[in-house]
Design a protein around this ligand. Sequence first.
Ligand SMILES: Nc1ncnc2c1ncn2[C@@H]1O[C@H](COP(=O)(O)OP(=O)(O)OP(=O)(O)O)[C@@H](O)[C@H]1O
Length: 220
Amino acid sequence: MLQLTDLAKLYGDTPVFDHVNLSVAPGEMVAVLGDSGVGKSTLLNCIAGLDTPSRGQVTLDGTDITHLPEPDQARWRRARLGFVFQAFHVLPHLSVADNVALPLLLQGRHDEARVAQMLAEVGLEGLGERAPRTLSGGQLQRVAIARALVHRPALVLADEPTGNLDPDTAERVMDLLAAQVHAQGSACVLVTHSATAAARADRRLRLTRHGIAPASEGRA
Ligand SMILES: Nc1ncnc2c1ncn2[C@@H]1O[C@H](COP(=O)(O)OP(=O)(O)OP(=O)(O)O)[C@@H](O)[C@H]1O
């Protein structure tokens, strides 16, 4: 269970966001919508420990991430977190399979069967030896999803994962992400501008300067 308690990020006296309270259950996908610049990416980075909140707490399964010393936080990220980005961030000099294997290798684990299973789950069976540059955008995002989930993380953070994809591919990628998150029981926070992508989430919330609240339907 992911828990954000009274989380705030300020620059000087100016809040980007404040009073963010949120619980995300295992296997639940929550979409965070909000105007451009309201701090959605900053919120994800604060949850991941890549940015420091000015106030409040992030806990995952009872562990307070916000106040872990950096080496422990990095270990926590490697073991418990999967991240999917808009720009895929697939490493160009590694094969597709080696990209997917990366989170396992960073923990000193070799598990070819698990990598093959993930490639099959995202519909990339047989493409493991290919170089990323030979794949389409939709296929690259499938690689990124397989990589984000291969180590069975408790928490998956997705920042505009369909932002670089055409509408049909975006729908298929979101179906895949939602199915994987549900099947593996990971809590997932999805940041998106896309109403279609947000529709795949179990809940939709809107981030404002003053907090986070259920999004009114019909407004992305
Ligand atoms: N050093 C800084 N000083 C003051 N404000 C900053 C600083 N760095 C970032 N900001 C502000 O923090 C806000 C958060 O930006 P962020 O990228 O998280 O928003 P976003 O909701 O993800 O935007 P978008 O939807 O456009 O990607 C922005 O309004 C930005 O201007």
